[in-house]
Design a protein around this ligand. Structure first.
Ligand SMILES: [Zn+2]
Length: 453
């Protein structure tokens, strides 16, 4: 979509460095911006707070507010009593959906760009300040201290825009403040875990000369998509038997849609002088396990509950997000000693599977495919191989494989691959030949050609 790309190269507002500069910075220093737990957001002063504003703050801290307008629905505020505000903030996001391509180590990030719009309803207003922050908010449902907002939620400022250098007078009508930022690709994607959630917000605040604040808040859904590489081949052995399972899995799988698993169980037949013993596959099950880990940090006030500052409580929870018994579809070849099976597996979307993630805050999500097989032993004389008798011996073979669960890349391409080629990328034209010609001028060549003596 080249048309949309134009918006990405708009000059960034005052506080945003140009994109190429950002990209350069990333290469120069390997120090990623600190991501939780570094709190650089100014806490509003606690003095002279009305009950209502405290309620609103609690909403903000819990990330429940969504759009700013919903904050006005506090129990004490009567909608009829609200006078027409002097101005309203709104936003148009112009950049494509925010997707980090590939792993946190290699992702080049995603660009957000858009317009912060201020609709002025009065003939004139004086705007003293206009700021916007990109915030990461980590919220836990199991805080160290119940109902403590500081234990429940931690906010990190990822970026800040300051749109004004001084007060400006704005007339009736709409005024736009363009913004853009390259959100670093090492940040974890938006994740709503069972216990801990990670959300991103754009939080804009305009301050009028009469002290009134205009606020706007918008949640950003940041996704990660690991671009698939080659299929993954893994081998598992099951001592003391001679059984070996070799499994082929796709490099990445997705929350929606199924994927194929190919497995060969070899070493199923053992032949002796006059008899054969062999394993027959009786049962085959698979399941996908999701392990969510997170740390509930303690605020300085409640640090004594966990044995000091900088400590927290680790939550580690594994749940099954899909399982099935494979009833048919395997082929047994006792001559070769192999059992081949192929089946299709998928996440159960009713369980809201999460994508893999890993955050410096201690939050992580990982997946495993667990395959469980029941094999029963049979014995047959070599002369009558078709007349096998179960020996009564049986084994459960259990093995697991790491699955990378990630968003589909869809039509998406990384922002840096969308850019028009740079001049250095264009090959020199016409191509040059390797090695220099040291001979006489070429136009004389035909004169000097002659037959050998
Ligand atoms: Zn606390």
């Amino acid at each position: 979509m080249p048309g949309r790309l134009l918006s990405l190269v708009r000059p960034a507002p005052a506080s945003s460095p140009p994109l190429d500069q950002l990209k350069g910075q990333k290469k120069h220093s390997d120090i990623p911006p600190l991501f939780p737990p570094v709190y650089s957001v100014e806490r509003p002063s606690q003095k002279n707070k009305s009950q209502e504003s405290l309620v609103m703050e609690a909403f903000k801290r819990h990330g429940l507010g969504g759009r700013q307008n919903s904050f006005k629905k506090s129990p004490k505020a009567s909608p009829k009593a609200e006078p027409q505000p002097a101005a309203i903030l709104n936003m148009v996001v112009e950049s494509p959906p925010l997707v980090f391509f590939n792993s946190p180590q290699t992702s080049t990030g995603a660009i957000i760009s858009g317009l912060l719009n201020l609709e002025v309803h009065e003939p004139n207003v004086t705007l003293e300040k206009m700021e916007m922050r990109l915030l990461a908010v980590v919220t836990t449902k199991k805080p160290v201290h119940q109902h403590c907002p500081d234990c429940t939620s931690q906010t990190t400022e990822i970026h800040k825009w300051e749109f004004l250098r001084g007060a400006v007078q704005l007339h009736f009508g709409q005024h736009s403040f363009p913004f853009s930022h390259l959100i670093p690709g090492h940040l974890p994607a938006t994740t709503h875990g069972q216990i801990t959630t990670l959300d991103y917000y754009l939080d804009a605040v305009g301050t009028l000369s009469n002290g009134k604040k205009l606020e706007y808040k918008r949640a950003l859904d940041i996704k990660r998509s690991i671009v698939p590489g080659p299929d993954k081949h893994s081998i598992r052995i099951f001592p003391p038997t001679n059984l070996t399972a070799s499994v082929k899995l796709p490099p990445v799988v997705h929350p929606i849609g199924d994927f194929g698993v190919e497995m060969r169980l070899s070493g199923v037949t053992q032949t002796k002088d006059d008899s054969q013993s062999r394993w027959r596959l009786r049962k085959l099950n698979w399941r996908i396990e999701e392990t969510q880990k997170s740390i509930s940090p303690a605020c300085p006030k409640h640090a004594n509950k966990v044995g000091g500052e900088g400590k927290g409580i680790l939550h580690d929870d594994t749940r099954t997000i899909a399982s099935e018994e494979v009833k048919t579809g395997w082929k047994t070849d006792f001559t070769e000693g192999n059992i081949d099976c192929e089946f299709r597996a998928r996440c159960n979307i009713a369980h809201n599977p999460l994508c893999d993630m890993d955050s410096q805050s201690g939050m992580s999500v990982r997946h495993n495919l667990v395959i469980e097989m029941v094999v029963a032993e049979e014995w047959a004389p070599l002369k009558k191989l078709s007349q096998a008798t179960p020996t009564g011996a049986a084994r459960v073979l259990r093995t697991q494989f790491h699955l990378v669960l990630t968003e589909r890349s869809g039509m998406g391409i990384s922002w840096d691959e969308e850019q028009p080629p740079l001049y250095e990328d264009v090959p020199a034209s016409p191509p040059t030949y390797i090695g220099d010609y040291d001979g006489p001028p070429l136009h004389d060549e035909h004169d000097e050609l002659h037959l050998g003596p």
